[in-house]
Design a protein around this ligand. Structure first.
Ligand code: DX5
Ligand code: ZN
Length: 233
């Protein structure tokens, strides 16, 4: 895949929240593609993060897509709030939704892109009968809830299996679904993950902890380093 077709989506979970607007604008100005926005509810996952108000607050800070990753249960009632707050992509965990097909339709009918998120042990079958309503598949390469965890190596085999399903679907429908990965991505493993068929990469701690060392919270070197690893894939 051409290197410029890869998406780098820094997770603001690891950003400095006291200047979140600047952190969002700077990471995009430094070469990132999407803003990954982790929503945790202290119920579906054991942590509590940010909601639609924060999404609305950062919306004017960038024109880049905001990729909302819902780690909440129930799913449906919060979707309209994120649509109103300016989300572009909304993904959710299928086992957290009572009616997966309906949740996907709610997102797409509101004009956003929709996707399913698979935990490390969640089988991929959830996608089988709803492919036509999916724009992105997000594979968790850590258990959801916290930034800064270690990449689970078994996710590579799962990525290859997901890529095969998405390629088969693209062949028959002509429509491409993105394969995104989330958790423990860094310069040491991103090329290998790309070789397993992934084309969108969430990176939280790898990006934001590197930027803290740089002047004025710029992220050019780390994003450049991730892209040069991708160019080798
Ligand atoms: C984990 C979140 C991730 C997390 C990634 O539940 O979904 O997006 O912030 O952080 P790193 O890249 O530090 O593993
Ligand atoms: Zn995430």
């Amino acid at each position: 895949m051409p290197a410029n077709d890869y998406i780098i989506a820094p997770s603001i979970l690891s950003a400095n929240f006291s200047c979140l607007g600047d952190e969002v604008a700077n990471v995009i100005a430094s070469g990132a593609d999407w803003i990954h926005f982790d929503v945790m509810d202290n119920h579906y996952v054991p942590n509590l993060t940010i909601g639609p108000l924060v999404c609305e607050a950062i919306r004017p800070c960038t024109e880049a897509p905001i990729d909302v990753h819902l780690m909440v249960k129930p799913v449906d009632r919060i979707i309209p709030d994120f649509v109103k707050a300016g989300a572009n992509i909304i993904t959710f965990h299928p086992e957290a939704s009572e009616h997966v097909d309906r949740s996907l339709s709610l997102i797409r009918d509101a004009g956003c892109q929709a996707g399913l998120v698979f935990n490390p042990a969640t089988p991929l079958d959830y996608m089988d009968y709803v492919m036509d309503k999916i724009d992105v598949i997000l594979l968790m390469s850590v258990n959801p809830g916290f930034g800064g965890q270690k990449f689970i190596p078994g996710t590579l085999a799962k990525a290859r299996a997901a890529r095969a399903k998405l390629d088969a679907y693209e062949k028959e429908s002509g429509r491409r679904i993105r394969l995104e990965i989330d958790g423990g991505v860094n310069t040491a493993n991103i090329a290998e993950i790309a070789r397993a068929g992934v084309d969108a990469f969430v990176a939280g701690s790898a990006v934001y902890s590197a930027g803290k060392a740089e002047d004025a919270h710029r992220y050019d070197s780390i994003i450049g380093a991730l892209r040069s690893e991708l160019a080798k894939a």
